[in-house]
Ligand binder design. Structure first.
Ligand code: ADP
Ligand code: ZN
Length: 774
């Protein structure tokens, strides 16, 4: 591992030692501390004997615990992590001493220490900040837990239960209780079991006394109930493609090998079933699995599938309270959990014996964090897999080109599921040309004649319809026809969107809102014209066109409640809703056999953004939403409305032809030196004063260029105004850096920023492997 910053002695501030002090050569216990907030360096402190007393483990100083230390000239109190501890000969120089040990156990394992150190180096982020991101805030306290007694079935009893008279049971209630427990996946309390089995707790207490039930004590979150215990489910019989993919994963598991594998399977090809059986194999050895899914896929549907297969799982999503999060974390760290299912940050789950990491929908942008540390969970997962010697499985119907390239070059194994399960055909996709003159347009409105007819037919035949429009709000464009004025956010250089339900105009970046303007504030002339299509307007149009069919909208505005997402999906599943329309929220992961038609209302929304991944994202979105239909026996079809009917991203998505799309896109990437050919970093400089921000950006540009001097392979573009030049009241300038190897970029950014002084009100960020180019 490269040494990022030389270890700085905290006694930089102390006086030089007197000669006689150096003679006092004795061994000293030295703890290396990294601060949560403060200079990005490692500091040595003395570890006093009180924190090395083995009889007081609750205040033992060890790697991974947090400490309080005096820092700087004024000895202000600072909190940091102990990252190393070592006994060495005293140098004679006085070290300050650790003041307190804050944790009763280590929060960061040695393996996780190395991983976070790598992240700090790679993503150019202070190590202390990475550590704070890896250890959830809730873990640093432990309030709100209580103990409960949970009942479960011993294995021998479970087996004997199948034979009629094998067990000494004195009443039918006893048998009912045992069978109820056998049919579920999770242990429960006596009261819960009694309720489910329809008896009192008497027969259950007797079973306990007879040793036919096991009881253990667990800490649970206060207020948490052990409900929603799904029925047991066993694995499906795999088809030949699934079997072959599973065999390769199992081979890597058995070899305890860090092998990267890309599971490229079309939508509905049964990827999840392959993950489940691979995890079962790994769990069979007493090892844990981590499954990363995009936040929006953490639906009850996904979670239920995992719960039905594994006894002990932890689901980590963003709506957990601190208490819930820390409870999961401790169960995971204690080895009590078999499978961790979660969004991006679950990659840091403290599993003691990791066996396998799976990333589903690995192409999703949500695996990249957009605040420091700006890590990509896929790359962190691969690093972790290599360090712990476990396989990494990346699954997608539309892999990121970065992953595709790794599979093409043989760095990762390629496992393919080219067909849907049960020989179901891929849905037929037709492109509807929306350009002027094309006859398919239906008077006014968002729905073409062809899409209207297809919806009508699908609904009449009892099918369900999904409509994708990746824009929130009602009108996305407010303009004065007299003078051309466009309503923009006061704080951002972005158009405001009219939200009819809330009757406001809203900035989608900073949430600034105001009353909708009726007349042009500039020329005071004409009435403002409301144009552009958002999901609210689409909903109004659909209700008017199809008044007899229940319809619901899913976007961040309609999904504010904690369970609104689940409620709508549940109604759709039961067929109470016939039309579901919404933003990309509805495009992914849903598996509803009743959906016979998918309509993409406007495939072009992301196609022309100033982002080298615009075409890739468009392909992925169209291919993913198309995959939501044809999952049942009735088949399904897809209509894609577009103004760019010949764009390769759209025509390839219509043919379900990932290979053709990737082959064309990768040629373009190579020509431009974009990832996966070469690496990229982005720096953004921002401030309230446009002049100060620009000057700083220029100064930074000069420093980067002088750091790169002599290396012709490094390209530095900018600084120039960012595609969104003003955001939340700050002016933004950016620089784009490209080089064949990421280390070249990291090195010049480190050099350029080491002593870079900018005015106080100007801030900068570095983003290695950026996803957000705006
Ligand atoms: P993907 O993750 O590739 O979109 P899923 O794993 O969700 O696909 O599978 C789609 C559907 O097919 C699910 O309802 C699943 O239960 C079913 N399925 C998966 N594998 C099989 C199989 N071998 N035989 C029958 N049905 C299967
Ligand atoms: Zn704004």
């Amino acid at each position: 591992m490269t040494k990022r910053t030389s270890t700085r002695q905290q006694d930089l501030f102390a006086d030089d030692p007197e000669p006689w002090e150096q003679d006092a050569a004795a061994l000293k216990c030295v703890a290396t501390i990294v601060l949560s907030e403060g200079p990005d360096a490692e500091f040595d402190y003395e570890a006093p004997a009180v924190f090395r007393d083995a009889d007081r483990p609750e205040r033992l100083l060890e790697v991974g615990r947090r400490v309080r230390v005096p820092f700087g000239r004024g000895n202000r109190e600072a909190v940091g992590y102990c990252v190393a501890i070592e006994t060495k000969p005293a140098t004679g120089r006085a070290l300050k001493a650790v003041a307190a040990v804050l944790d009763e156990q280590s929060l960061v394992s040695p393996a996780m220490m190395r991983l976070t150190r790598w992240m700090a180096d790679y993503y150019l982020c202070p190590w202390g900040q990475v550590l704070d991101a890896v250890v959830p805030a809730g873990v640093r306290g432990r309030a709100g837990t209580r103990e409960v007694k949970l009942l479960s079935l011993p294995d021998d009893v479970r087996q004997q239960l199948r034979r009629v008279d094998a067990l000494p049971l004195s009443s039918p209630q006893q048998r009912k209780a045992l069978e109820t427990l056998a049919a579920t996946r999770r242990p429960m309390t006596a009261a819960q079991l009694a309720q489910r089995a329809g008896c009192t707790t008497g027969p259950i207490r007797k079973l306990l006394k007879q040793g036919l039930l096991e009881e253990r004590t667990e800490r649970v979150d206060t207020g948490e109930t052990v409900d929603d215990v799904p029925l047991r489910e066993s694995g499906l019989a795999l088809n030949a493609d699934q079997r072959s993919a599973l065999e390769q994963i199992v081979a890597a598991l058995d070899a305890r090998e860090a092998r990267g594998m890309l599971l490229h399977g079309v939508t509905g090809s049964g990827k999840t079933e392959v993950y489940l059986q691979a995890i079962e194999h790994s769990v069979g050895f007493g090892r844990q699995a981590i499954v990363l899914v995009p936040e929006i896929s953490l639906t009850p549907q996904t979670v239920r599938r995992f719960r039905a297969r594994f006894d002990r799982i932890a689901v980590l999503h963003s709506r957990l309270t601190d208490v819930e999060r820390q409870r999961h974390w401790r169960r995971i760290a204690a080895g009590e959990v078999q499978v961790v299912v979660g969004a991006r940050s679950a990659v840091f789950a403290p599993t003691p014996h990791l066996g396998l990491i799976v990333i589903d929908e690995e192409h999703e942008a949500s695996f990249k964090q957009d605040s420091a540390p700006r890590y990509h969970a896929r790359d962190v997962a691969w690093r972790r897999a290599q360090a712990e010697g476990v396989p990494l499985v990346l699954g997608s119907a539309t892999p990121a080109l970065e992953s595709w390239q790794r599979a093409r070059t043989g760095e990762f194994a390629l496992l393919e599921l080219p067909r849907r399960v049960l020989d179901r055909p891929m849905p037929e996709v037709s492109i509807v040309d929306l350009r002027e003159g094309a006859e398919s347009r239906f008077a006014s409105g968002a729905i073409s004649r062809r899409l209207h007819q297809a919806m009508h037919a699908a609904l009449r035949d009892g099918g369900q319809v999904i409509l994708l429009l990746n824009r929130r709000g009602f009108s996305t464009h407010l303009q004065c026809p007299a003078c051309g004025y466009v309503a923009k956010c006061e704080h951002c250089d972005l158009s405001l969107t009219f939200h009819r339900q809330e009757h406001v105009v809203l900035c989608h970046y900073c949430d600034f809102e105001q009353a909708p303007p009726e007349f042009c504030p500039d020329c005071k002339g004409g009435a403002i014209r409301y144009g552009g299509l958002g999901t609210q307007k689409l909903e109004a149009e659909i209700r008017a066109r199809f008044p007899n069919y229940a319809c619901a909208r899913m976007d961040t505005d309609s999904m504010r409640g904690r369970t609104s997402h689940e409620d709508v999906l549940e109604k759709f599943r039961r067929g109470e809703l016939r039309i579901l329309l919404g933003t990309q929220m509805i495009a992914k992961g849903l598996d509803f056999p009743g959906v016979t038609l998918v309509g993409v209302v406007n495939a072009d929304t992301a196609l022309h953004l100033a982002d080298f991944r615009a075409a890739e994202r468009t392909f992925q979105l169209v291919a993913q939403v198309a995959g939501r239909t044809g999952r049942g026996e009735r088949g399904g079809r897809v209509l894609v409305q577009t103004l760019s009917p010949d764009h390769p991203a759209i025509t390839a998505a219509a043919r379900h032809d990932y290979d053709a799309f990737a082959a064309a896109a990768i040629v373009e990437r190579r020509a431009m030196g974009y990832p996966p050919y070469g690496s990229m970093a982005r720096m953004v400089v921002r401030g309230a004063s446009e002049i100060a921000a620009r000057e700083s950006a220029e100064h930074l540009g000069e420093r980067l260029r002088s750091a790169a001097a002599g290396d012709e392979t490094i390209r530095i573009l900018g600084p120039g105004p960012a595609p969104i030049p003003r955001l939340r009241g700050e002016h933004r300038f950016h620089l784009q850096l490209q080089a064949p190897r990421v280390e070249q970029l990291q090195a010049i950014i480190r050099t350029a920023t080491a002593t870079f002084a900018q005015p106080k009100e100007v801030r900068w960020i570095a983003d290695v492997d950026p996803w957000d180019m705006l």
